[in-house]
Ligand binder design. Structure first.
Ligand SMILES: Cc1cc2nc3c(=O)[nH]c(=O)nc-3n(C[C@H](O)[C@H](O)[C@H](O)COP(=O)(O)OP(=O)(O)OC[C@H]3O[C@@H](n4cnc5c(N)ncnc54)[C@H](O)[C@@H]3O)c2cc1C
Length: 477
């Protein structure tokens, strides 16, 4: 591999090893898991994987790397899907994994906050909150592996945004190390603080290009006494939105999950995971998974609201989970969709958001654009419809394997990606709703963002990371 960075000297590597001590680093030949991509599209590399235990160690590593002009790539759980955590252009970067900074420093239900280190696995944060009768309402299929540092660095979304917002909305404070090793400590649990520029919001969503998040003050909320989960059989995405608006009028803001799935997509999930099947006798083109959480007695309201929607032909059938096991089964249909897509051989997985009212127009436009690239491509559109966030996964024609199809159709992946991006922009949408830019979408950002926005972003990067050592090649080329 060629390297655009200063290759670290042996002296630098040894100095980093001394900072983290025995067991605090891995050589490249012992670090394969840091080089793989959840969708098998990219392969990374590194000259060293450093595993600091403290913010002081992170600071010292950055001070050393900054002095040497060596590249550092922050790494959380490695579940990012836009290659932000992978050094795919160089084997000379230092990967800095936060996995050993995985302590919950404190939880204060009376303030509604928890202070967690960046390497805490999201699911562990859920469990800790639950032990105190609280919840941290950020959820996604990768929650058993992704870290809160990665969630904040990507401003992750997921399945509860419709009620609780994305990672940014659930964070009150941040501790981070800047490129030169300076530490920003801003962990006070304040709901209001207008003292100058908000560096927390700058760092959230910056994908490790402006600083390394080492800890965060997270908002935790009391657990809702009742959660009701229903799967509705529907005919069109527009029906899903009509259903959502009707339910929202009856149930207020208790709707906490709203996931659109296609019959084609459910078929892929059942094909790869035969124990996961639909609870309906008849199939419909689309399904809407609805979850509502709130006060005791909510279930009766949900049942009544759904019955009214059925009378008005907004849905053709509905099943309410009667137990935690049934609820888990309904969610498993949705949560196994990304893996079913991967196993089926998706050649493209998009992450679009449009205004909620434009979801159906976007699905139609993007599907038509993909079919123009190749009429036999298959499409699974699904996602967080309550946020206007649709993932479009595209597969080779029935009966064709991914490698053979790509070999026979050179350029097809880029053509599909561009077709979906164009449809997105024509619908006034965003080419990255929740996954970020990483290394996958730098050209797209450059292409679609205004010159003024790009220059402002470059100026911020120059100011905070003048030597460009933090995650070079991610977000900005
Ligand atoms: C099956 C599956 C389902 C998913 N579902 C969703 C979903 O519903 N919603 C959603 O938003 N995403 C989803 N994702 C994507 C992914 O899980 C999120 O982007 C997640 O936030 C990444 O966290 P991570 O700890 O794995 O970060 P990584 O993949 O390790 O890193 C992601 C980016 O953050 C940077 N980074 C990591 N840690 C830090 C840190 N401490 N400080 C600064 N920068 C850092 C990295 O350099 C990289 O640029 C899914 C992924 C998979 C595989």
């Amino acid at each position: 591999m060629n390297s655009p960075f200063n290759p670290p000297t042996t002296t630098l590597i040894e100095a980093i090893k001394t900072v983290v001590g025995d067991g605090g680093w891995k050589a490249p030949n012992d670090a394969a898991r840091y080089f793989s991509d959840p969708r098998d599209r990219f392969t990374g590399a590194a000259c060293l994987v450093a595993l600091p235990r403290t913010t002081a160690q992170v600071s010292e590593i950055l001070r050393l790397c900054s002095g040497a002009g060596a590249a550092v790539i922050p790494y959380g759980g490695g579940t990012g899907v836009v290659a932000g955590q992978l050094s795919i252009d160089s084997d000379q970067a230092v990967i800095l994994s936060l996995e050993r900074m995985n302590k919950v420093r404190s939880i204060a239900p009376e303030d509604g906050v928890m202070i967690a280190e960046a390497g805490c696995i999201l699911e562990d944060i859920h469990n800790t909150a639950q032990q105190h009768g609280m919840m941290f309402p950020l959820g996604m299929a990768s929650q058993g592996s992704c870290t809160i540092g990665g969630n904040l660095a990507t401003n992750a979304g997921g399945i509860q945004v419709v009620r609780h917002g994305n990672a940014r909305d659930l964070c009150l404070g941040i501790e981070a190390v800047l490129a030169n090793g300076d530490v920003i400590e801003d962990l006070e649990p304040l709901r209001k603080d207008n003292t100058g520029y908000n560096l927390r919001h700058l760092l959230i969503g910056s994908e490790g290009t402006l600083g390394i998040i080492t800890a965060a003050t997270l908002i935790v909320k009391p657990v809702d006494p009742e959660t009701v989960t229903a799967l509705c059989a529907i005919n069109t995405p527009a029906d899903a939105l009509r259903l959502y608006h009707r339910l929202a009028r009856s149930l207020g803001n208790s709707i906490s999950g709203l996931e659109l799935m296609s019959d084609f997509g459910i078929g892929l999930v059942s094909g790869h995971f035969p124990n996961l099947t639909l609870p309906f006798a008849n199939r419909t083109p689309w399904y809407l998974l609805v979850e509502a959480s709130g006060r005791t007695g909510l279930r009766d309201d949900v049942e009544q609201a759904l019955a009214g929607c059925m009378e008005d032909d907004l849905l053709t059938d509905a099943v309410l989970a009667e137990s935690e096991g049934q609820r888990a089964n309904l969610w498993a249909l949705r949560e196994n969709t990304p893996e079913a897509n991967r196993l089926t051989g998706a050649i493209c997985s998009s992450d679009t958001s449009v205004a909620i009212s434009k979801v159906e127009a976007f699905i139609d436009a993007a599907s038509a654009a993909v079919k123009q690239v190749h009429p036999d491509l298959r499409i699974n559109s699904y996602g967080h419809i309550g946020d206007g966030n649709i993932h479009h996964n595209v597969f080779p024609p029935e009966g064709m394997e991914k490698p053979a199809f790509i070999a026979a159709n050179p350029g097809v992946i880029d053509a599909v990606r561009n077709a979906i991006s164009e449809a997105t922009v024509q619908c006034g949408g965003s080419i990255s709703a929740e996954h970020g830019i990483g290394r996958l979408k730098t050209d797209d950002l450059q292409h679609y963002a205004s010159a003024a926005k790009m220059e402002a972003m470059r100026a911020i990067k120059r100011a905070l990371d003048p030597k460009g050592i933090l995650n070079p090649g991610a977000v900005l080329k």
